[in-house]
Design a protein around this ligand. Structure first.
Ligand code: AMP
Ligand code: MG
Length: 495
């Protein structure tokens, strides 16, 4: 069935919580909005008829100028640890939960970023600039295309309204979708305020709606903590496998559903570099690429701390339960990472030396300054016979091709040990090694062109990133190595 906006069924369950959890706010209108792009894949999730995006009233809703009668817009209240320090109150300062849609048995909260000032805006303007909105829009759909849990982006709308950052820029909105936008920080705020009733209400709410299988468990709150630990481990393993750095892993940007949330100064690896810091503001590298697994655990400690009052009335017993649950994080993440690496390498079996083979590969990629995505994709094109040659496209990606040949020889031996069949292995590898990722320089080109009024690159990128493992032969240039100027792009928290 294909819906129009007016036939959607809303079930605003977060709005039914008391005003301890949110503040009702209407979006602030944005002058002369224009639709830049919508995501057909996200529209499909809502069973929306694509024709709705041609309608002027749709544009007004996506801009925050009108709301549907069934919507109950609100700003969610949360706190969070930012760069290691607790900030007692944050909240939706420039995004609003417009309402929640039930469709085809699924639940999609609509969260409009850039919707104007809220009681939680502090001294900021409640707006999002075009630049960062393009980045959030494309990255949301790119991670979804890669099969990585994420909030989705339905639409990107611009406006001539000026917004002042380092220089004047124009405003934009992104309509984000997720089953829930509850963050670790939504729990932290009630823990630090010692509002245990609200803490329990929120935990019960999340269990009832998002983890219904846990409701009947003997210790549902411990089960909730465990489920979030597992999902977070899986999420971060997926990021590490694809070379994604979030950039601002504060606890207010950590989803209780284990979704990638709040895209700011994120980055995908070009050359493999564990020390990669995508956020220019992050001088100590707290959120560097290779720090993400550890930061995930640090953030889970914050969540566990906030849930302690629910785990057990006896503080020592509660702490012990949390500790035991947190201990499952690292093995889970490592297991998922190792399994993902097996897939990337096209290995059908597990063998004792596989961890060494992949560790040696990462060392090679790092020391030879090899492009992470291109390497795996090119590797997937090689037959075992070609691996014996000295000058394949894989070796050409390395500074010293001979160093690569050593690894390729071992890899080929490993494939032979399991009698690997080239055709099926290559097909499998191409399903696990994307050809297209949202490199910073591509996002930057899309932004520069959009600032000149040309949105075509945004839509071309959206199309390839939605199925990043497919070939898209006419779009080969979007899969090429980054140009020299790519290394000079800086992104920061300013957005
Ligand atoms: P972020 O670092 O983007 O996750 O945001 C941290 C906090 O700052 C959140 O409470 C945001 O809502 C708020 N915030 C960020 N930018 C703005 C803005 N331009 N206007 C109002 N609030 C903002
Ligand atoms: Mg945030």
């Amino acid at each position: 069935m294909h819906h129009s906006l007016h036939t959607l069924t809303f079930d605003n369950r977060f709005a039914r919580l008391t005003d301890d959890f949110h503040t009702r706010v209407q979006p602030t209108s944005l002058p002369d909005p224009y639709l830049i792009s919508y995501s057909p894949a996200a529209a499909d999730l809502l069973a929306l008829n694509p024709a709705v995006f041609d309608r002027p009233d749709t544009l007004q809703i996506l801009a925050g100028n009108q709301t549907l009668p069934a919507m109950q817009p609100l700003a969610m209240l949360y706190a969070g640890h930012q760069f290691g320090h607790y900030v007692p109150q944050l909240g939706d300062g420039r995004a609003l939960l417009l309402g929640e849609v039930c469709t085809a048995g699924q639940h999609w909260a609509w969260h409009l970023k850039g919707a104007g000032i809220t009681p939680y805006s502090r001294h900021a303007d409640g707006r999002a600039v075009l630049r960062s909105s393009i980045r959030e829009y494309l990255a949301s759909e790119a991670l979804a295309g890669l099969g990585i849990p994420t909030t989705r982006a339905l639409s990107l709308v611009g406006s001539p309204q000026l917004v002042y950052r380092e220089q004047p820029e124009t405003a934009a909105t992104v309509l984000r979708l997720a089953p829930s936008f509850v963050r670790f920080g939504n729990f932290e705020i009630f823990y630090y305020r010692q509002q245990s009733q609200q803490l329990k209400t929120l935990a019960d709410y999340v269990i009832r709606h998002d983890y219904p299988a846990l409701a009947g468990q003997p210790q549902p709150y411990l089960a909730l903590l465990q489920a979030v630990i597992t999902r977070t481990a899986d999420l971060i393993a997926a990021w590490q496998l694809v070379g994604f750095a979030h950039g601002v892993l504060n606890t207010d940007n950590m989803s209780i559903l284990g979704l990638t949330l709040d895209y700011g100064p994120y980055g995908f690896l070009d050359r493999y570099d564990p020390d990669f810091i995508c956020n220019h503001t992050d001088q100590t590298g707290r959120y560097a690429f290779s720090a993400q697994p550890g930061i995930g655990l640090w953030n889970l400690h914050c969540l566990a701390q906030a849930l302690l009052p629910l785990l057990d009335p006896e503080p020592d017993a509660a702490a012990e339960q949390a500790r035991a649950a947190l201990q499952t994080y690292e093995p889970r993440l490592q297991h998922r990472y190792a399994a993902g690496m097996q897939h990337k390498l096209g290995l059908a079996t597990h063998q004792a030396d596989d961890a060494t083979l992949s560790a040696n590969l990462l060392t090679l990629l790092h020391t030879q300054q090899v492009d992470y995505t291109c390497f795996f994709r090119q590797l997937s094109y090689l037959t075992q016979a070609q691996m014996q040659q000295a000058d394949t496209p894989v070796q050409q990606l390395c500074r010293e091709p001979a160093a690569c040949t050593v690894w390729l020889t071992r890899y080929r031996q490993r494939l032979q040990a399991e009698h690997s069949d080239d055709t099926s292995r290559q097909a499998r590898m191409q399903q696990h090694n994307p050809k297209y990722i949202l490199r910073n320089y591509l996002a930057q080109q899309a932004i520069s062109q959009a600032e000149q009024g040309d949105f075509s690159l945004i839509n071309r990128l959206l199309a390839v990133l939605t199925s990043p493992c497919a070939e898209h032969p006419t779009e080969d240039t979007l899969a090429s190595l980054p140009p020299a100027w790519a290394g000079e792009i800086t992104v920061s928290c300013s957005s």
